[in-house]
Design a protein around this ligand. Sequence first.
Ligand SMILES: *Cc1c(COP(=O)(O)O)cnc(C)c1O
Length: 359
Amino acid sequence: MHKKLFIPGPVDVAPDVLEKMAMPMIGHRSKEASRIQRQISDYMRIVFNTKEEILLSTTSGSGLMEGAVRSCTAKRAAIFAVGAFGKRWYEMAVANNVPADMIESEWGQPTTPEMVDEALATGKYDLITVTQNETSTGVMNPMDEIAAVVRKYPDVVFCIDTVSSAAGTELKVDEWGVDICITSTQKAIGLPPGMSMCSFSKKAIERAKTVPHRGLYLDLLGLYEYIQKKDYQYPSTPSLSHMFALEYQLDKIINQEGLQNRFDRHIEGAEIVRAWARKHFEIFPNENYMSNTLTNIKNTRNIDIAALNKALGERGFQISNGYGKLKDKTFRIAHMAERTPEELKELLANIDEILGFED
Ligand SMILES: *Cc1c(COP(=O)(O)O)cnc(C)c1O
């Protein structure tokens, strides 16, 4: 039996979208391949709210995260971490011999504008990374406030991780002055895993030109220059199956459901889960910075989360345990991609039955 996924990626994919993954192959040097990739880029500009170029990569989101920090750090990177994925960005920098420091918040707390200001005021850094939506803790960072600080430092390349939030919550890439905004297919966008997308600003392009060893496959400047010359075709063979499904899904998101309706549906789902969590448990992150795409719930009753998930599995549902050091201390319910408020209510009613909660 397929378990309905309430985990923060991979998510369930709508059947009509999944079907597009099985379309017959086309040549990756064909006009149709150019058209699809150009169209996806146009759609992603709408999702990100940017006029800048879009790059596509046949890697999961981690690929573009590694590419960004390596391609665009000339001096030193300040990596702001509010959980496991921020930490991983720091590990990527170190593994690529990119000078970097990690500025960590306590898990459950955000990156604050003060932390960013303090780091950038040292003048040591020419690139920063911020996790807009941290999937391990359920924190959504205060981007308007952070962006206002970053704006004071025009030489800094500003990278953000929206892997678990793009198309699930509003992103204002140009307004925030973000140079590289990264996401991937298998979370709020609602596709199988295997592709990632990012914005790539003029500032990022100019910076990358000054960085000598950018690698090859994940050299963002290399990708940028190639697609300018080759009408949106990429140096190596991309996952065309993802391209077919992504073009179709982005059309559905933007032109059928509508982005604002989709954001509203995510918030409606979030509010249902938050209310339930407050009633029976506690919300893990600082409540001023809760994610719109997943809720991380503190296991205040010390329930056996693995046993709960097993019982849910027998009923056809799956949720997530806490991530890394939060395993068994928290559990996570995703309300992203195609999950509806009705489905979330159904999930919570089943948890109520399993745990014996009376209404
Ligand atoms: C899932 C996730 C990643 C990793 O992305 P992959 O597509 O699995 O490589 C990075 N950051 C965040 C916030 C995530 O949720």
